[in-house]
Design a protein around this ligand. Structure first.
Ligand SMILES: Cc1cc2nc3c(=O)[nH]c(=O)nc-3n(C[C@H](O)[C@H](O)[C@H](O)COP(=O)(O)OP(=O)(O)OC[C@H]3O[C@@H](n4cnc5c(N)ncnc54)[C@H](O)[C@@H]3O)c2cc1C
Length: 562
């Protein structure tokens, strides 16, 4: 499919092709340049990308996925992921590791590792790097909002009934979500989960098992000694070596590649995007090695470009393109309406109960409080890595918050940086900490790590539907340019399925790129196409954000993935 037309040094290539030299390309010399032509290019291989790639490939649309990181294959007893008790270079993405007040640095060589810390003013974003995106390292909590929470936080044109009947079940089926079996929970490694559930109920809070994209038989087999521990000893903080997690690479992406219409290029780091003549798109890519050395520069041209590099990197790429003139006239709302999902991460040391060690995971129980859609929140118990028994575990809360941040382009750094008002999540944080105190009980010591190091694992927004894109992810005023990842969300949720619709089968990238001509299946009945004008802000007022609710159907009724 790719047509390799020439190899030369970059300046020569730019002169020969008439392509503009973009900022990321200008610094290189003596690096070969390759040109390629594609129908559809998708940036990233996470949730947004996986779903997009599969639906396009099923429609026989050739789709080329660019992923900056490497593949992380798993299987029983694999040693793919680093161990939290023996850290190594695989943890952090090329030089993005945190350093403590500029004093203590990460003592390992640069590597195309799993986690990128994206520093902001007032809040850092933690995101994943590698084939699979966030599902590489995420816990896997797969929650469906109630109708009230959904309607309070998503544009009214999105029909909850259709989401409930079609899209949430489709995702649940694809990810084969299931809750932990009682046999596992009764085992010694899950003492912390049992104490959490008992205390939360005693304090009058709702407790439910959290649906996860996990084949729990792996954990049971670990207990029987049939494979090394990963689920059952808290060793999986950076990924489950044994497998059994139905992540994007083994579900959506694998199915997309199996069609023969999807290719995935790893170690392809997109540096810039720009509009090309006659309505096409230019994508500048560094092909790198695992130490980050640029081996080749690629200039791709595509009929359609899908931005799915995750909330931070999609927003940054688009804002740079806007600021440097690569894509003129991007919508004014770009970089705004960003939410942290209200993350609050605490340690909980119990003086009353032995929470056990090692601690199994990833997540068994959660306590949901969603009656008020404007302050809906969830508190879950997670695990500690395999350490001596400290009578300590992790409690994590998140939910709906009025807090909003925005990105500002800094010309000196040639980067867009998040600006986060420090107290933006204060109301939600107070509510979560009240509930954590209830659950921990009087004889408990809590440490709020979010106060010490403000950060989120669940960033949302930046190129939101209703302000920057329409409900189908089309960037307003820019035919053939799409945002289909967390950046599209209106600030808050825990909902991937908004990406999982059949829109692309008929009108997706590369087909009908005329504004307003694509038919979005995420709409109200009667075939009324939903296309919002830039001036119509369809996301609700700040403070209204979707939040997960439990899946309504027992996991056992969910069909296996295709
Ligand atoms: C530790 C952790 C735990 C989490 N737990 C949960 C959970 O339990 N439940 C839940 O719902 N969510 C959880 N999340 C959040 C969830 O993982 C994200 O919301 C989700 O992955 C976002 O999907 P996305 O498509 O927006 O982007 P991602 O999944 O982040 O995918 C973006 C992809 O783009 C690639 N990319 C970025 N920049 C470039 C570039 N310039 N060139 C090429 N490729 C690029 C990245 O490498 C990545 O593969 C967790 C996240 C973390 C970090």
């Amino acid at each position: 499919m790719p047509a390799l037309s020439r190899r030369t040094v970059i300046k020569g290539a730019a002169a020969a092709t008439g392509l503009p030299l973009l900022p990321g390309a200008a610094s290189a010399s003596r690096v070969p340049v390759t040109r390629e032509e594609h129908r559809v290019v998708v940036i990233g291989s996470g949730f947004g990308d996986g779903v997009t790639a599969l639906r396009l490939a099923q429609a026989r649309m050739p789709v080329h996925v660019l992923e900056r990181g490497i593949s992380w294959p798993t299987g029983p007893n694999a040693e793919t992921f680093p161990h939290p008790t023996a850290p190594d270079k695989r943890i952090f993405w090329l030089g993005s590791e945190p350093n403590l007040f500029g004093l203590v640095s990460f003592p390992f060589e640069r590597y195309t590792g799993l986690l990128e810390r994206v520093p902001g003013n007032g809040m850092d974003i933690m995101c994943a790097a590698g084939v699979d995106g966030g599902s590489l390292i995420y816990q896997g909590m797969t929650l469906q909002p109630t109708e009230e929470v959904f309607n309070a936080n998503f544009p009214e044109q999105l029909d909850y009934a259709r989401m409930d009947q079609v899209y949430y079940p489709r995702v649940a089926s694809m990810l084969r979500i299931a809750t932990a079996p009682d046999e596992l929970i009764a085992s010694p490694a899950y003492a912390a989960a049992r104490v959490f559930a008992r205390n939360a109920r005693a304090a009058g809070h709702l407790v439910e098992k959290i649906p996860m994209p996990i084949d729990w038989s792996y954990a049971l087999r670990e207990l029987k000694g049939e494979m090394k521990q990963s689920y059952t000893n808290g060793d999986r903080a950076f990924g489950v070596n044994n497998g059994g997690k139905h992540s994007v690479d083994v579900t959506y992406l694998a199915a997309a590649e199996a069609t023969g219409h999807c290719t995935v290029a790893t170690l392809h780091n997109v540096t810039d995007v720009a509009v090309a003549p006659v309505g096409r798109w230019l994508i500048h890519v560094d092909r790198i090695d695992t130490g980050g050395v640029v081996l080749e520069k690629k200039v791709l041209t595509a009929n359609a470009l899908v931005m799915a590099a995750g909330t931070a990197n999609t927003t940054k790429l688009l804002m740079r393109a806007g600021a440097t003139g690569g894509i003129p006239d991007l919508p004014d709302g770009l970089g705004t309406n960003w939410g942290s999902n209200g993350d609050q991460i605490c340690t909980w040391t119990s003086l009353a109960d032995d929470l056990g060690s090692p601690q199994g995971g990833p997540v068994i129980y959660g306590s949901e409080e969603w009656v008020d859609p404007a302050l809906a929140n969830t508190v879950i118990q997670a695990f500690l890595p395999p350490l001596p028994n400290l009578r300590t575990t992790m409690l994590v809360g998140y939910g709906v918050s009025a807090g909003r941040g925005h990105f500002v382009y800094d010309a000196a750094k040639d980067d867009a940086v998040l600006q986060w008002p420090g107290s933006a999540d204060a109301k939600l944080a107070r509510r979560i900490h009240k509930r954590i105190t209830d659950i921990g009980g009087a004889a408990a010591v809590k440490l709020n790590t979010t106060t010490l190091v403000p950060s989120t694992w669940h960033p949302l927004g930046g190129a939101s539907m209703g302000t920057v894109c329409d409900l189908a992810g089309r960037v307003l005023g820019h035919r053939g340019l799409y945002v289909l990842d967390g950046a599209l969300m209106p600030g808050h949720r825990r909902v991937q399925p908004v990406h999982d619709h059949r829109r692309h089968r008929r009108t997706g990238p590369g087909r009908d790129r005329r504004p307003g001509r694509g038919r979005c299946l995420l709409r109200r009945p009667m075939n009324r196409t939903v296309v919002l004008s830039p001036s119509r802000r369809c996301s609700p007022a700040p403070g209204h954000h979707p939040h997960p609710a439990t899946t309504k159907k027992p996991a056992t009724t969910i069909a296996p993935s295709p």
